[in-house]
Design a protein around this ligand. Sequence first.
Ligand SMILES: Cc1cc2nc3c(=O)[nH]c(=O)nc-3n(C[C@H](O)[C@H](O)[C@H](O)COP(=O)(O)OP(=O)(O)OC[C@H]3O[C@@H](n4cnc5c(N)ncnc54)[C@H](O)[C@@H]3O)c2cc1C
Ligand code: FES
Length: 253
Amino acid sequence: MKGRIRKVDEVAEGVRRIVVDIHLKADPGQFVMVWVPGVGEAPFSVSDIENGLQLVVALRGSVTRKIFSMSEGDVLPVRGPYGKGFTLVKGTVALVGGGYGLAPFPLLSKRLKDLDSHITLLLGFKGSKNYIDPQKVGILADDFIVATEDGSVGFKGLVTEILEDLSGYDMVYACGPERMAVELLRIVNPSKVEISVERLMRCGIGVCGSCVLDPLGLRVCSDGPVFRGDVLLRIEDFGRFWRGWDGRKEEIR
Ligand SMILES: Cc1cc2nc3c(=O)[nH]c(=O)nc-3n(C[C@H](O)[C@H](O)[C@H](O)COP(=O)(O)OP(=O)(O)OC[C@H]3O[C@@H](n4cnc5c(N)ncnc54)[C@H](O)[C@@H]3O)c2cc1C
Ligand code: FES
C-alpha cells in the first residue's frame, strides 16, 4: 500500500516522527516494511495508527537517509503489518525504552490504557540532544522517569540503573539497544518481560532466513519481533551476534 506523508516533526537530533496517510489495523509491537524506490526496504515499528500510520525513524544509513530527504506530500510505499507483538496485560506494567526504542510505545500504551493498566515509563538516552519527549510521540503514562548518560536530562546514568526494583510489575515491556535488554533480563523475572528484538531483515515474512536466531531457529520477523525474556535467555545470539547483509554473523557493538 502507498500513502502520502502528512506530517514530519524532528523529535530529537536525527530522529523524526513521520505520519503517513495510511490507515491500517495493527497490534502494538508489529512492524511495517517501508520501501524506498531505488534504495531498498527497512523494517520500522508501527508507532501509532490513530490518525494515520505514525513511524519514529532514526537516521542510520541509505534507506533512512532517503526517508529523511522526504517531506509532506511525498508518497511512501509500505507493506505489512508483520510479526507478533506484545501481549497486553491488565495490571501494573513498566515500559522500558532506549533511544528510538520508544517507537512502539504510543500504540502499546493506548492499548494498555484501554485495559486500565497503570503504566510506568522508563526511558534512557545518551544526552539532551537525543532526548525524545514522550508526549510529542503520544505515549501515555502514569509515571515517567528519564535517564541520560551525561546527566543533562533526569537521572545521570543508564536506564538500566534505575530499574532496580521491577519485581512488582505484572509485565515489563522493553525495546531499545540489545545491551539494555540483556541487562534488563539480569534484573527482572524473565517470564514477566517482553522485548522487541532488532535484526537485519530482507523479506519480513519468514522466508529468507536473514533474521534467524541461533540455536532455536526463531525468525525475528515472523516468530517475533517481540519475544518473552525466558525464550531470549535460550538464544546464544542474543546480545552477542546478528547477521549482516552477507548472512555472516557480526558482533553486536
Ligand atoms: C522489527 C524492527 C523494528 C524496527 N523499528 C524501527 C523504528 O521504529 N525506528 C527506527 O529508526 N528503526 C527501526 N528499526 C531499525 C531499522 O530497520 C534500521 O535502522 C534500518 O534498517 C536502517 O536502514 P538504513 O538503510 O538506513 O541503514 P543501513 O545502511 O542498512 O545500516 C546502517 C548501519 O546500521 C546497521 N543496521 C542496520 N539495520 C540494523 C538492525 N536492524 N539492527 C542493528 N543494526 C542495524 C548496519 O549494519 C549499518 O552499520 C527496526 C528494526 C527492526 C528489525
Ligand atoms: S527477514 Fe526474511 S526470514 Fe526474517
